[in-house]
Write a protein of this length. Structure first.
Length: 641
């Protein structure tokens, strides 16, 4: 249970931009505001793109729900096409033991079922088509029978057909998923099969019916002259299509209101209803040959169409602009700033961009193409950040908060509606959005596009960062000696050439020291190559310590090192070599090895000119070092007891 003074109710749903869902949510929202209750809507757009990986990223939003933070639940699990996801959510809801209402599902008596009588109205529609319009050959486009609503409507169709002694031909039944594409595909399949064109096509919802009408017309068949088409749901488009669709009107807004009201009553202990059934009514229109009420509503329709088109045009313009600007973003901060510039157009009270703590790290796939998935797919990082929180025009950020808390900032009042929407790239979790007190998620057909634009931009930025990191690492490997952790020959030449050119231009002197380690072969032969590596590393550390800001050092070969400096003078030869020899002595005392670390050094200071070549100068220092080295005896390398 939540600890807030306001009731907190979670709504679990998919596809909130569809009319069925947003009509029910409108009812929930109205009830919540009437009762000063906070609503958190967790929604995915699973199944929209028919991509398994993408759906995994969408459905992950349900993993964010912390049931301990809520007082009640409203389940629109009938909108979730994936049966596994749906079953898992039901299981978690039951385990939470929270007061809950479920829409159009009588399979779980622990929840109060808010249902709309699908059977009676569908029976009336089928009877009407047969008895009034004399239809004999009838095709049926069904929703998924795993969905109880689809099953009820299908059963009602079969019952009426049998009552009238008409055959239910399995070849004339198409099983879809309540999506518009199913209506198109059903008609395509029927035409390709060579079937006789039916007298009527009964559809389990309006989306499939509208698509079926369009596809029939594409093949040259007019509705209702050649074939009757009916739907179910009485959606806006069904009402205002030409021909207007004969359908079933369902009190969806009322169903949402009742669901919320019932959960509030169960939380307060004033309601114990287990089943609430609302009536649906058949509406006979032009697609079956009946009179339409359209002419009576023409003025309101014109206003509605203008309002809808105006909003869509504004949203399209916003999406186009934000997509273009996000495409140019090369850093996370540029992404956040671009998003911030457009939030005001969402007409929300608050917008929170919540990201997993490691969302922008490089993955093995980025660097080596490895097939191993080392990124987060299921659930969210324990610690999240909210780099962008837009709150009524004021912009803040939160560096870290627990994903178990879900909100980076809690609502301080009741009557708020928060939409939690997934932020992901394919199946990889990036984070989520929270849009508070806005109808953009439910009433704009472009909310999903808006979300994808942001997720694609963040992924592009992440890949740019990963690429830059890979380039930096390759450059480091190219220029740095991996054993001694100082420049190698490549890195030295790159920097020394620039420093030499600057010295020539500024007419200043340069210093070059060539250093050759003493006795490396003896150390390797007597104490092993591991000890030889240690000696090389130790000598490199000594050389690096002796270099100030005007000098660079490098491992030039196996046991050869070089120092290059600018703005030098003759005194600096003595100072540098004295400092070097002192550090060697101190290091030997510190490491206490059975050998003495030593090196021969030759240093020159000269003024370079345009004729000077870097390797010629290095050769001079090398020759000087070699002369000193010849004077040493091998015996000094071994530590005297």
């Amino acid at each position: 249970m939540s600890n807030n003074e306001f009731f907190e109710i979670a709504v679990l749903v998919s596809g909130i931009d569809e009319e069925y869902q947003n009509s029910i949510i409108d009812g929930i929202v109205e009830c919540a505001k009437d009762n000063d209750v906070n609503i958190s809507v967790f929604s995915s757009f699973g199944g929209v793109l028919s991509d398994k990986k993408y759906d995994t990223g969408e459905y992950n939003i349900y993993e964010l729900i912390n049931y301990d933070k809520f007082d009640g639940l409203i389940l629109l699990t009938n909108t979730i096409a994936n049966t596994k996801v749906r079953a898992e959510l039901i299981k978690k809801a039951e385990k939470s033991a929270l007061p809950a209402a479920i829409l159009d599902c009588d399979e779980h008596p622990v929840f109060t079922n808010i249902s709309i009588d699908n059977c009676s109205a569908m029976r009336e529609i089928v009877k009407h088509v047969i008895a009034i319009h004399d239809a004999k050959t009838i095709n049926y486009i069904s929703g998924p029978l795993a969905n109880s609503e689809a099953q009820d409507r299908f059963d009602a169709f079969v019952q009426v057909m049998e009552e009238f002694g008409l055959d239910v031909d399995e070849d004339r039944i198409y099983y879809g998923d309540f999506r518009a594409i199913d209506g198109k595909n059903a008609i395509d399949k029927m035409i390709r099969s060579g079937q006789k064109i039916p007298d009527a096509v009964i559809c389990a919802n309006d989306a499939m019916a509208l698509a079926a009408v369009a596809e029939l017309e594409r093949y040259g068949y007019n509705v209702p002259e050649h074939v009757i088409v009916t739907g179910f749901d009485d959606t806006y488009n069904a009402k205002h299509h030409f021909p207007s669709i004969t359908t079933v009107s369902r009190p969806l807004h009322n169903a949402g209101y009742q669901a919320c009201e019932t959960v509030i009553g169960k939380i307060e202990g004033t309601s114990s209803e287990s089943n609430i059934v609302l009536e649906a009514m058949p509406v006979y229109r032009e697609s079956c040959g009946c009179k339409s009420e359209f002419s009576e509503n023409l003025p309101n329709y014109k206003k509605s169409v203008y309002k809808t088109l105006n909003r869509i045009n504004n949203d399209i313009s916003m999406i186009n602009h934000i997509t273009r600007e996000l495409a140019e973003a090369s850093s996370p901060e540029e992404c956040y700033n671009t998003i911030n510039a457009f939030i005001d157009t969402l007409n929300c009270d608050r917008f929170s961009l919540c990201l997993c703590s490691d969302w922008n790290r490089a993955y093995r796939k980025d660097l080596d193409g490895c097939s191993e998935d080392d990124y987060q797919i299921n659930g969210y990082a324990p610690i999240m950040s909210a780099p962008l929180i837009w709150d009524k025009g004021s912009v803040t950020s939160i560096s870290s908060f627990r994903s178990a808390d879900m909100f980076p900032i809690l609502n301080s009042t009741g009557g708020n509606v928060n939409y939690f929407l997934p932020l992901h790239y394919c199946d990889r979790c990036i984070g989520y959005y929270i849009i508070t007190n806005s109808d953009f998620p439910t009433h704009s057909p472009l909310c999903h596009s808006f979300m994808m634009s942001i997720s694609n931009s963040l992924e592009n930025v992440r890949k740019i960062d990963a690429l830059n990191s890979a380039i930096s690492e390759l450059d480091r490997l190219f220029t740095m000696d991996p054993l001694c952790n100082i420049y190698n020959r490549n890195g030295f030449i790159r920097l020394a050439d620039k420093m030499l050119a600057e010295s020539i231009e500024n007419d200043t002197s340069i210093l070059i020291s060539f250093i050759d380690m003493d006795g490396l072969k003896m150390i390797n032969d007597n104490f092993g190559h591991k000890e030889g590596d240690f000696a090389l590393q130790t000598l490199a550390a000594v050389i690096s310590k002796c270099c100030n800001n005007d000098k660079i050092c490098a491992r030039f070969g196996g046991d050869e090192f070089i120092v290059f400096g600018v703005n030098s003078n003759e005194k600096e030869i003595r100072d540098f070599e004295s400092d070097f020899n002192l550090n060697i002595k101190q290091t030997n005392m510190l490491i206490q090895k059975p050998y003495e670390l030593g090196a021969s050094i030759g240093t020159i200071v000269t003024k370079a000119d345009s004729e000077s070549k870097l390797f010629q100068l290095i050769s001079r220092a090398d020759e000087l070092m070699y002369e000193k080295k010849k004077k040493k005896k091998t015996s000094r390398y071994l530590r005297k007891e």
